[in-house]
Write a protein that binds this ligand. Sequence first.
Ligand SMILES: *Cc1c(COP(=O)(O)O)cnc(C)c1O
Length: 455
Amino acid sequence: MSTTHKNPQTLKWQAMSRDHHLAPFSDFQQLIDTGPRIIVKGEGVYVWDSEGNKILDGMAGLWCAAVGYGRDELADAASKQMKELPFYNTFFMTAHPPVLELAKVIAELAPAGMNHLFFTGSGSEGNDTMLRMVRHYWAVKGQPAKKVIISRINGYHGSTVAGAALGGMAGMHAQSGTIPGIEHIAQPYWFGEGGDMSPDQFGIWAAEQLEQKILEVGEDQVAAFIAEPIQGAGGVIVPPDSYWPKIREILAKYDILFVADEVICGFGRTGEWFGSDFYGLQPDLMTIAKGLTSGYIPMGGLIVSDKVFEVLKQGGDFNHGFTYSGHPVAAAVALENIRILRDEKILETVREETAPYLQRRLRELLDHPLVGEVRGVGMLGAIELVKDKTTRARYEGQGAGMICRGHCFNNGLIMRAVGDTMIIAPPLVISKAEIDELVDKARLCLDLTLQDLQG
Ligand SMILES: *Cc1c(COP(=O)(O)O)cnc(C)c1O
């Protein structure tokens, strides 16, 4: 990327990056040395970089662009709302139409008994809100000792202080520590950690870690368990079939709240409105963001069950909120995004046509010598890169994932690497022809990666 440039402006932008821009989750020196790829335009499932390369975005931006890029209706909804009422807060006994209409629409889509919305500016803020809300809930119920939140190693719940602590990302904890009152249990990652157990045995084992942790901490100290229905940033970890039923059984035994972090799975990614619908989960709270607005504008929130709301209602002021909670422009965009998802029957198409096609075509890659497992649900997929398919041994220390990611980018496909797991989450509107292009390019890049690893 740093060597040849067709567009002189690319170098100027890279200089601006070098001199002034601190990018998230980046090695600043590497950014200086290499310079970022500058993305300048998006249309449908494609983005273009400043060098004129057209790239199929297999990650929907960052799990966000459900309806794809370039939807004028979303821009128009924002523009109209900005002219009408660009901002007003929802503090101090005020509200505005977009936030109220959005709350009603989301409550209609949410699982039964989840009818109340608290809005935030992001998924991280949603999880911060969750932490404060569940502790407040137990205090109002007269059990203030119930403060501990159980989450999972390698889960991702955001990058604020509470979000990073709730998440189970070792690299994040190492840099700034975590906060008290959060306990992590094993993740249901059979391919990486299942050893000699069958996937279903391992799923049961991983679920039992929840019960063990509840008993170890004491039920009277545990406020909630939080989990993504399918871990996204951790590597699109689809749990073994035995996992969620066992977790449900355990949750039913103990008086703790269950929080589904639906920031990735929500709004159609699995072909259902929420990952909780897909797995038949009954959360007390659900965190949302990303697909809520297709990423066109930042917005997140927390869907709160009637059960939790009935208690909170008795608690006086909930001393929490963000200036941009329920921002009218974001709410207008979210409403229009949901209208598109509904009117164009995008979930139905995903569920009945394109997701089964994507999953079938992705699994064809299993015949590739580098591929140890292909898994996925809906518009989520993961490809495990291995040296040995039967032992699941990796190309240790060779950065196979990053090599593959580089080949993808250079060949017009964005796939993300989580270690040596390649992951995809394309826009929900991807067509069968575009899925063919994605899988064909993925195969080419696997070939190129294998050459590099063996060369
Ligand atoms: C992205 C993500 C978050 C954090 O959302 P932000 O909008 O980046 O703060 C939280 N949970 C999950 C599951 C996510 O994927």
